[in-house]
Design a protein around this ligand. Structure first.
Ligand code: TEU
Length: 584
């Protein structure tokens, strides 16, 4: 071959190689992009986040008026970052007469002056973002305040254009409410309004009239509320009382159940006011609105769904409704029952149909875990065990301020001190929810460092002297440091982050144990929670789970031990002890 041609052939070959190499690179890049897309879908931030509920009135008072505020929260962001929190859910801080401490909203798109200004809020979002903390707002969709201009208009006359924004009905007979529906907060759910001679419906306090979600104008106004806060950079919403959005338009009476409630009313099944199918249309609508925004916004739903079927429905048949429905069954087991917890984890694992479970134990409406699960002797161990349960399953965990330091429910001791109206209506059987809303305990100074005011809105429990952030930070064995270590493990251990859940020793009535299996070849995590007062030594055969090693490496345990590893055929767990170990 003449030398010229040889060059030509060589050049041709080279360019062929290059193009095919390029094509390969291109193919690989496309595959990688596809993989990334796939991963993104599996890897939404809220699947891996630790979400922390803040009750703003009680977290940190910055201006010294006795009520917590936005700047107070901003001031404590470093604490939350160091704890390992990814997102904070703020209970309502909108203008409100505070009958239900913010859950009665007079204006959905403003900030109540007692908590600060919109500029303070914007700064909080910005400062949180700088620490990789997202802000989730509370969306009180079911009802407004009776001081909301919408309701003021609605009640002004029967012909007002906003009349139909709320649920107005004639009495059954003069002086008789339209039917037997009862408020969750006691007595009839109907309030007579003398001016127009009709009753309005309120699932909660009479000062919280229910919006009429069947009215398209109401839905549009509420969707605009979502847009308003999304535009300000929030990461999503916790939607209040979602299952109560709709009620039977034909006003059927609810079925009566035996016995009476704390308010002296007959017990009833809220059959015609809860979980009507229309709820799901509205949830899809909300989801479509937030999905218009970047950043993978999240919707969390609040409602004590009565069973797994109703809970699973919250995800939507195409996973197009709520990403994180709160699992109240799991939150309210109210006894250390390994069987019951195992059963509930199974239920959500099998029924969520690809949806992400969402667990919590504490919130601003119910007694703290310390009181509901503690036995009075081993409370600290039990609190650690509950923390491990919350933070080592597949579910996204939600914490409530103060649980990480073991805050105790401290209800008022005298009726005249009660702030939460249900405590006044139901005293002494129902003392209200003040007990779980007491100020955050930061240090040993006056008012636990919550406020410089002489009279914080709720009294600080005396237990603050031992139980506070400053003291617990210094103690390596404190509950606070246990939480920190668990959250760090949840981040660092691939198995805890992305692994599947496999129940172990299913027949064990005392010990809840499970494996979080590494989706790749790395370490899996074995969790053992002894829910009994008897120390135990357990045997695990994990060969069938693909674990060939014969020992587990300590990642975290309570009580702490100096040991590095333990043989899988004899894992010791103290009474109410916790073991978290790595296996291969
Ligand atoms: O609670 C809504 C609600 O339905 C609760 O009664 C819930 O079912 C119960 O806590 C389960 O244990 C929300 C808020 O969280 C609460 O603070 C408000 O008072 C209520 O809405 C009314 O807005």
């Amino acid at each position: 071959m003449p030398i010229r041609f040889r060059w030509l052939v060589a050049l041709l070959l080279l360019s062929l190689c290059l193009t095919s190499g390029f094509a390969q690179v291109q193919q690989e890049t496309a595959a990688a992009a596809g993989h990334q897309e796939q991963q993104k879908a599996n890897d939404s931030w809220w699947k891996h986040a630790v979400i922390y509920e803040i009750y703003p009135r009680s977290f940190q008072d910055w201006n010294g008026d006795g009520v917590g505020d936005i700047n107070g929260i901003t001031q404590r962001l470093d604490y939350l970052r160091d704890l390992g929190i990814d997102a904070i859910w703020l209970t309502p801080m909108y203008p409100s007469p505070q009958v239900d401490f913010g859950y009665d909203i007079a204006d959905y798109t403003a900030i109540d002056a007692q908590y600060g200004t919109m500029a303070d809020f914007d700064r909080l979002v910005q400062e949180a973002k700088a620490r990789n903390i997202r802000v989730i707002m509370d969306f009180v969709a079911n009802h407004t305040s009776d001081q909301n201009p919408w309701f003021i208009e609605s009640r002004s006359s029967r012909t007002n254009p906003k009349r139909d924004w709320y649920i107005w009905r004639d009495g059954k007979t003069p002086g008789q409410p339209p039917n037997n529906w009862l408020s969750w907060f006691g007595h009839s759910a109907w309030q007579f309004d003398i001016k127009t001679g009709q009753y309005y419906y309120h699932y909660f306090y009479p000062q919280q009239p229910d919006l009429n979600w069947r009215n398209p104008q109401v839905r549009e106004a509420m969707m605009n509320v979502l847009r308003f806060w999304m535009d300000r950079g929030v990461a999503g919403f916790r939607i209040d009382a979602v299952s109560r959005l709709y009620e039977d338009p034909n006003l059927h009476d609810d079925p009566l159940l035996p016995g009476k409630n704390a308010y002296g009313d007959p017990n009833i099944e809220h059959k015609y006011t809860d979980n009507l199918p229309e709820v799901h249309e509205s949830l899809r609508e909300m989801r479509q609105v937030v999905d218009q925004y970047p950043g993978d916004p999240v919707l969390i739903s609040e409602a004590d769904e009565p069973n797994i079927i109703e809970l699973a429905k919250m995800y939507g048949s195409k996973l197009d409704e709520i990403q994180l429905p709160m699992d109240f069954q799991f939150a309210d087991v109210n006894q250390l029952s390994a069987r019951r917890f195992r059963e509930l984890i199974d239920q959500i694992d099998h029924n969520a149909a690809g949806g992400q479970p969402y667990f919590f134990f504490n919130n601003h409406d119910q007694d703290r875990t310390w009181n509901r699960y503690g036995d009075g002797i081993h409370n600290d161990d039990i609190a650690k065990l509950m923390a491990a349960l919350l933070l080592t399953t597949r579910a996204t965990p939600q914490m409530y301020y103060g649980e990480e330091i073991g805050m105790v429910t401290t209800p008022p001791t005298r009726k005249e001190d009660v702030k939460d109206p249900i405590g006044k209506i139901g005293w002494p059987k129902e003392k209200g929810r003040d007990g779980e809303r007491t100020p955050m305990q930061w240090d040993t100074s006056k008012n636990a460092g919550f406020s410089t005011s002489a009279t914080p809105w709720l009294r600080v429990p005396t237990s603050y002297v031992q139980r506070n952030v400053a003291v617990e930070e210094k103690n390596p064995n404190s509950l606070l440091n246990f939480y920190k270590q668990l959250i760090a493990l949840r981040r660092s251990q691939r198995a805890l982050r992305d692994g599947s859940y496999q129940a172990l020793s299913r027949q064990d009535a005392d010990v809840l144990s499970y494996l979080r299996k590494n989706p790749q070849s790395g370490e899996s995590v074995l969790v053992v929670l002894n829910m009994s007062s008897q120390p135990k030594t357990l045997m695990f055969d994990l060969k069938r789970e693909g674990i060939s090693g014969s020992s587990a490496k300590y990642l975290l345990s309570n009580p702490a031990t100096g040991a590095v590893a333990v043989p899988l055929n004899a894992v010791p767990v103290a009474s109410f002890g916790t073991f978290v170990g790595a296996v291969r």
